[in-house]
Design a protein. Structure first.
Length: 131
């Protein structure tokens, strides 16, 4: 995807993904590209970006961060609880929409997931749970 940045007095004032009406090269507008390093799903994420004005085209560079095992476990725990809580709430507001057996099965699934998440000590172990 193409990007465009407007630089006035050495500072980025606007970033667009559509060509500016003034055209590149006018009123401070320059071409830009996003640089997004490859990340490992569930193990890394993107943080804020920085802009290198000394390149042509201008580079919008995304930095990355590592997700710790404990952070990932917390996220997976939240997701497991949210799935069960959503079903329980659905049953509360519309009892005929979810049977007691369905809710009990969901609780068992959640409990098994939580036990596996708690026991996991590595990203590889969490990968097996998340598949």
């Amino acid at each position: 995807m193409s990007h465009y940045v407007q630089i006035i007095n050495g500072k980025v004032t606007q970033v667009w993904d559509t060509p500016p009406a003034d055209g590149v090269g006018n009123n401070g507008w320059r071409n830009a590209v996003e640089i997004r390093p490859a990340i490992t799903q569930y193990r890394q994420g993107y943080t804020s970006h920085r802009i290198d004005l000394n390149t042509d085209p201008v580079q919008i560079i995304w930095d990355t961060f590592d997700i710790t095992v404990d952070e990932r476990k917390a996220s997976m725990t939240g997701s497991a609880n949210a799935a069960y809580n959503s079903l329980a709430q659905q049953k509360e507001f519309n009892p005929s929409s979810v049977s007691d057996a369905d809710l009990a099965a969901a609780a068992q699934t959640r409990d098994a997931q939580l036990a596996a998440i708690t026991a996991a000590t590595t990203h590889d172990a969490l990968d097996l749970i998340q598949q």
